[in-house]
Design a protein around this ligand. Sequence first.
Ligand code: GYE
Length: 336
Amino acid sequence: MLNRRNFLTAAVGVAAAGGLAACAKEDDSSSTSSSGDGGSKKLTLGFSQVGSESGWRSANTDSVKASAKEAGYTLKFSDAQQKQENQISAIRSYIAQKVDVIAFSPVVVTGWDAVLKEAKTAKIPVVLTDRSVDTADESLYVTLVGSDFTDEGRRAAKILEKVLETAGHKGAVKIAQLEGTTGAAPAIERAKGFKEVMDADHKDDWKIVVSQTGDFTRAGGKQVMAAFLQSNPDIDVLFAHNDDMGIGAIQAIEAAGKKPGKDILIVTVDGVKDGFVAMSEGKINAIVECNPLLGPQLMEVVQKVKDGETVERWIKTKESDFMQDQAKDALPTRKY
Ligand code: GYE
C-alpha cells in the first residue's frame, strides 16, 4: 500500500555571510547582470554555509550557488566546515566588505548575538536559511527560510507507527537515536518532535534506549551505531536525524551480522538520492523529507529585503514522507 502524506513545512529566511575564515573555504562568483550605466547595481550577497557534512548540504549549496547566478547576484560564499568560529569570521568579513545582504545557515542555535549586532550596526540585513538561531532580540535577523524541524520529528514518529505495523512488530520497541550536530536546530527540534509523539501516544511501548550525536555525517553514524550495537544488541528501531548517518549506521549493522530494514527498522530524515537508493534496497524503511533546494526562495527574499519590502518571519517549504514501497518509483524523480 502506498502511504504517502503531504505536509507543509516551514522554510525560513536565509542570510548569507562571506569572508575569509581561518580554515573555511571561500569563493566569489560574480554573475551576469546589469550594473553601472545608471542601471540597477548588482546585489552582493554574503553566504556562510554550515559545511559539507551531508548529501543534503551539497544539494543546498548547489541550489544557493545556482540560484544566485540565475538571479544575477554577486555571491560571496564561504564553507565553515561545521565550526561556529568560522561562520563568525565569515560574517565579520562580509560586514567589512559591505555586502548588501548577509545570509547564513547557523551551525548551532546559540552564540550569535554579538556578530548579529555588528551587522545591524552596519545596517546590513541578515536572512537566516535552513537553521534558526536562539536570540532574545528578534530584530537581529529579518526572516528564516527553512523547514519546521519539530514537525519533521513528529512525522518521523508517526511514520514509525506505520513501519512497525508493516513489519508486524508487536509489543515493546527499543529505539536508538542518532542525533544531528549537538546544539543545531535540526538536532534539537527533530528529537523534540519525535519525543512529543512518543510521550503522548507510546508511553508504554516505545523507549529510546540509546541516543547520541553522529554529527550528521556517515562516518559519525557508522561509529556511533557500532557502539550502540555493542551496548544494546537488542535494538529494534533506529531513528537517524539524517540519511547520511542512517547510511553509515547501515554499514555498522551489516558488519555486526544483522539486516538493516529487517532486524533493525530504520527511519531517517532528508530524502537525498543515496537515502532513496538504500530505501529501494530495503535497508531504510521510511524517510521524512527535508527539502534542501532553498536557493530560489532565498534569492527572492534577499531581493525583497534589499528593496525594503516586508517579508514573513518564517518562509516554509513543502515536504512529503515516503515509505519503502514508494522508493523505487520515487527514485528517478528525486532532484537531489
Ligand atoms: O538534515 C542534514 C544536514 O540543517 C536541515 O543539516 C539541515 C540538516 C540536514 O547536515 O543532513
